[in-house]
Design a protein around this ligand. Sequence first.
Ligand code: HEC
Length: 137
Amino acid sequence: MLKLFIIVFFPLNMLMANDYISQRQDSMQKFNKLMRSANQMIKNNEINEDLSQIYTDIENIMIEYPTLFPDDSFKGKTKASEDIISNREKFNEISLQTAEIAKLASFAAANKDTKLLQQSHQNLYSSCKSCHSRFRN
Ligand code: HEC
């Protein structure tokens, strides 16, 4: 019953700007944690389905990410730059590119392609800077 309540009412709640802010900050915390887990697994040479799933989780975060920045969500406890509003195409493009790199990393892990894995893992780290330098205050 409680579960049903949460499922039914959560989306309504999400309409509020503050929830967008905390949701996107949560997404970034998760992204950060997932990257650290991936680092650890690569270090331990655990190139397997679990690692592949980590990158799929990252892919899904990045597919959803650009939807968490409605025009009225740039006030208050956010470090998101208002440049996002006027440069949505670029912001969406970086998000989508990051999702695609994560998909490639997932594929590489599932196929134990270590070279492609290391390359795409590194590219994921580069994505942090390319987005933050432009769209985070
Ligand atoms: C497509 C753009 C984009 C990419 C890619 C991206 N970030 Fe972010 N990140 C942001 C924005 C925008 C914020 C500010 C969000 C806010 O405060 O509303 C942010 C905030 C953060 C925060 C602070 C979260 C908080 O609790 O306030 C962390 C940590 C973070 N990013 C880590 C990362 C890491 C690590 C990567 C790469 C592995 C990364 N980000 C990639 C756009 C991005």
